[in-house]
Write a protein that binds this ligand. Structure first.
Ligand code: HEM
Length: 198
């Protein structure tokens, strides 16, 4: 896919040049089928992407507020046992915003799969802190990745509803979004698991 506007200027965003994912496209297809993510969902996400495009910063405000309000979450952006690292929070933010756009607009192909492995590793001791050159905690515990599926999904509803009157359409887009978030976290869980158990 052609480069999207702005993405090349996002520090640390290496979409298109990430290492090859150990997950195969066949495994991805089976995972998509398991979470019932189909072509219709991809189309609903593209529609959602258009509605969310100019609301990305507002969504990030909500998510950052959620993380800031919970010590066990903000700890992952802090020095171990210490204070939040403002530069770290700021540095991740544009990549997080780009992730919203990518989730809605990108085809889930090899380049996408490769970047999911990169994001996964950035939550684990393999890569956490490396991109932004910070000394924060070593790992985002997997249980919090799984738990955040709920707020990352439900908080998007009002932003969709602001741009779409029909609640059935909002529900359909939100369901596609939720499936996509679950799909991401299922992929991101791989480096956390023992060999052969993913
Ligand atoms: C559904 C759950 C989650 C989603 C969708 C998500 C999404 C993301 C994205 C898109 C990035 C930036 C990736 C990039 O570099 O391009 C990121 C990085 C990061 N996330 Fe998450 N995340 C989730 C859960 C969590 C949780 C629970 C925490 C803990 C508070 C967390 C902490 C971090 C940190 C610290 C980074 C920076 C990692 C680094 O050093 O590179 N994430 N996340």
């Amino acid at each position: 896919m052609a480069a999207q506007p702005d993405e090349v200027q996002i520090p640390g965003y290496t979409y298109g040049s990430a290492a090859h994912s150990p997950v195969t496209l066949d495994e991805l297809e089976k995972l998509k089928a398991s979470v019932t993510f189909g072509e219709e969902d991809a189309a609903l996400l593209r529609r959602a992407g258009g509605l969310l495009e100019d609301q990305v910063e507002d969504i990030l405000d909500v998510w950052y507020g959620f993380v800031a309000g919970q010590p066990q979450l903000v700890a992952q952006f802090s020095r171990p046992g210490g204070a939040p690292i403002a530069e770290y929070l700021q540095a991740v933010r544009p990549r997080f915003g780009q992730w919203i756009r990518d989730t809605c607009n990108r085809p889930y192909d090899q380049a996408w799969l490769d970047y999911q492995q990169e994001i996964a590793l950035r939550h684990t001791p393999a890569r956490k802190n490396e991109t932004d050159h910070v000394s924060s905690t070593e790992v985002v515990p997997l249980r919090y990745l799984i738990a955040l599926i709920v707020p990352i999904s439900t908080t998007v509803r009002p932003f969709l509803a602001k741009r779409e009157e029909d609640p059935a359409q909002v529900d359909a887009m939100l369901q596609a979004w939720t499936k996509a978030v679950v799909l991401h976290v299922a992929l991101w869980s791989r480096p956390y698991t023992r060999d052969g158990q993913w």
